[in-house]
Design a protein around this ligand. Structure first.
Ligand code: JCF
Length: 674
């Protein structure tokens, strides 16, 4: 690049970054993924590092965040709020560790690891243990006064706890810093509400948290289920804090301040990598978004020796996960037909590396979602792939919509078998009405039957099943057992040996269990857990086949809809024929022993109000397991009403009808006595 080209690029990058800062921080509505933003920033930093004469005061590299909104008062941070330097791979972590060991002249240094929450940094000032004010980080020097909003976050103490030990007492003035974020639960609740009110949905928990924290009306914030974990302190006056970061985190806990449960002290880099991998593997089940792991030098005196570079401490690093969101283009939109006939619009993408793999397809879920997001062929979109979840198209980057895009309409007949499609009332899904006449549904049903948690037939892969159906060698799952080795070995890419193995796998797995068999049948809404409940409740297939809606609903986790799917499935002749053919082919299993001790058999319960020790659904499960019935409304037939706190009208009715009312303690002792 010539120097003129460098200057042009720097200006271009600054404009792009400023635009995106505005979208991200002011409007809480990013138009590009974080990874793309980071790359722009990294490129600008790299050029400015090389040519410091190009740096200006207003370059976005000179501030960490964005302009505070006018509408919140400003707060100047007495101690600047820093960001963190990043590491993206083990080499960069190794370099981080090496820098520290060299500077401290030590063979090994103690680190503290903690999850890096994907939320917003805030600072809370306490004086004499009392919550005084709270501020966002803003640009690191000046933030916004969000005191009223932060006060609505229930996990943040308004008074620090004084445990009475002089050495452990909070300082007279102490500023606690941490991350405000929204759990997946909180996020889903919020978007459900937004949907009900026909208001705009939030793209991800981070934006939802940002949008909620920066509400001018704190009553709105209060409804938003925000969470907080502390990770450090700023001002400390009139008192002391522990000598290590790990000690500080425990001390914060004794003051009643929430701290992440995922922290660990370690010395070796290998242990850091192990912690990182462990967290990465549990990332999806934490219940909140994290985007990496933070490693900090544990001893505060060693932190002081390390000091700071312009933007971040040299004693800490954020080891980031591969980004889960990336930009790509929609090449085409197609429709897939699933096992239950559901038509799913699927975007064919320009290949993109996201969440650690190259993605070429992403689901658009259903017609409503497609319309809501207004996704068109030719659009640039944000694709998300989190953990093992199917990649999805999150949103269109409207700023990049080309002049010519092609809208997509869901078909009115099945693209595979041409049967009519139907959309049930209240459902978002369009379904092919062809049933097992539709070869797509046939194929998916057989793939499901052979899958690991069903009949677990090794070697019988998706592609092979497709061939078998297309060549009309099989129509349904029972035909699998009529296949011969000769038929299989004539297929494309099928060696004699593999054909033999598949026949052997089919024969060897004829002995199964009732729950696997039920699951393998592919009854709508009957997953492996429900199949297990059905097997344990009824004990044998005949009992399930002849069960009524009412008796099915007595099974734990079977509601009216699932019950209906089960009854419908067994009432269809072709399903009965397939089951008989499977039994004739030799598929078998032992009967399940039903627990005969059913102490609450014949008793009907109604649960009302809030229980402290468990959710109502759990209480129901316990009762069902003991043979009781659980009903939604109180009548003369009700034997017991279990009343938690705020029980409402059901308890009143029970009182009138002279039905016995148990409080939570009474209920627990009833459970305990069985
Ligand atoms: O969880 C975080 N996002 C997080 C951010 C955790 C930390 O320990 C941090 C941080 C930002 C700055 N520590 C610093 C010093």
């Amino acid at each position: 690049m010539s120097s003129q080209e460098k200057i042009n690029r720097v200006n271009e990058l600054r404009e792009l970054i400023n635009q995106n800062n505005y979208h991200y921080y002011v409007q809480d509505e990013p138009v590009i993924p974080d990874a793309e933003y980071d790359r722009l920033m990294q490129e600008l930093i790299a050029i400015e590092d090389e040519f410091p004469e190009l740096i200006t005061d207003s370059s976005p590299t000179q501030r960490v965040g964005a302009v505070p909104l006018d509408s919140f008062p400003e707060i100047k941070h007495e101690v600047p709020m820093l960001s963190l330097g990043n590491a993206f791979d083990e080499d960069e972590m190794t370099a981080f560790d090496k820098r520290i060991r060299e500077k401290l002249e030590m063979d090994s240094v103690e680190y503290v690891a903690e999850t890096k929450l994907d939320g917003l940094a805030i600072s809370i000032l306490y004086e004499d243990g009392q919550f005084i004010r709270a501020a966002t980080r803003g640009d690191g020097t000046t933030g916004e006064d969000v005191t009223l909003n932060v006060k609505t976050i229930k996990s943040i103490p308004l008074n620090l706890i004084d445990v009475g030990l002089l050495d452990e007492k909070y300082p007279e003035r102490v500023e606690i810093r941490g991350e405000v974020f929204m759990t997946h639960d909180g996020f889903n609740k919020l978007n459900d509400k937004q949907k009900e009110k026909d208001e705009k949905l939030f793209v991800n928990p981070r934006n939802a948290a940002a949008g909620s924290l920066r509400q001018l009306d704190s009553r709105i914030t209060a409804e938003r289920h925000l969470s907080f974990f502390a990770y450090g302190v700023g001002i400390v006056e009139g008192g002391t804090i522990p000598e290590t970061h790990a000690g500080l985190l425990s001390r914060l806990k004794t003051w009643g301040v929430p701290v992440s449960p995922e922290t660990m002290v370690m010395r070796k880099l290998a242990a850091c990598f192990e912690f990182y991998k462990n967290i990465a593997s549990r990332r999806a089940s934490l219940g909140y978004d994290i985007d990496g792991v933070v490693f900090k030098v544990n001893r505060l005196d060693q932190q002081d020796i390390m000091g700071y570079v312009s933007r971040a401490p040299r004693w800490a690093v954020a080891y980031k996960f591969a980004p889960e969101e990336e930009l790509t283009e929609i090449l085409d939109i197609e429709v897939q037909v699933g096992r239950t006939g559901a038509l799913t619009p699927v975007a064919r993408l320009k290949p993109v590396f996201v969440g650690g793999v190259t993605v070429t397809n992403a689901t658009l879920h259903n017609e409503d979602e497609l319309k809501r997001k207004d996704v068109r062929i030719g659009d640039t979109v944000i694709v998300r792939r989190a953990g093992d979840v199917i990649p999805e198209v999150l949103k269109v980057v409207m700023e990049r919509r080309p002049a010519k895009t092609v809208e997509f309409k869901m078909p009115s007949s099945c693209p595979i078998c041409s049967s009519d499609v139907e959309r049930e009332e209240g459902e978002a899904v369009i379904r092919c009405s062809g049933g097992l006449y539709c070869s797509a549904q046939q194929i998916q049903a057989i793939i499901h039957f052979a899958s690991r948690r069903a009949m677990n037939i090794d070697g019988l892969g998706d592609k092979l099943i497709e061939q078998l159906v297309e060549k009309k060698l099989i129509n349904n799952v029972s035909d699998l057992y009529k296949l011969t080795q000769e038929q299989l070995s004539e297929l494309e890419r099928m060696a004699e040996k593999s054909a033999m193995n598949i026949i052997a796998a089919l024969n060897n797995n004829k002995e199964t269990s009732l729950d696997r068999f039920l699951y393998a049948l592919g009854i709508r809404e009957v997953g492996d857990a429900t199949a297990r409940s059905l097997a344990n409740h009824f004990g044998n297939l005949v009992a399930i086949q002849s069960a009524t809606l009412e008796s099915l609903e007595e099974v734990a986790d079977v509601g009216p809809i699932v019950a209906k799917h089960i009854v419908t499935f067994f009432s269809q002749n072709h399903n009965q024929e397939v089951i008989n053919a499977l039994l004739t082919a030799g598929v078998h299993w032992p009967d399940v022993e039903i627990k005969t001790e059913q102490p609450l058999q014949g008793k009907t319960f109604v649960i009302t109000g809030t229980l402290d020790s468990m959710k109502r659904e759990e209480a129901k499960q316990h009762l069902l397991e003991l043979g009781a019935k659980v009903s939604g409304s109180v009548s003369k037939k009700t034997d017991y009403v279990i009343a938690g706190s705020d029980p409402g009208s059901k308890a009143e009715k029970a009182h009138k009808l002279e039905v016995e009312i148990l409080d939570e303690a009474g209920f627990l002792s009833l459970l305990g006595n069985q």
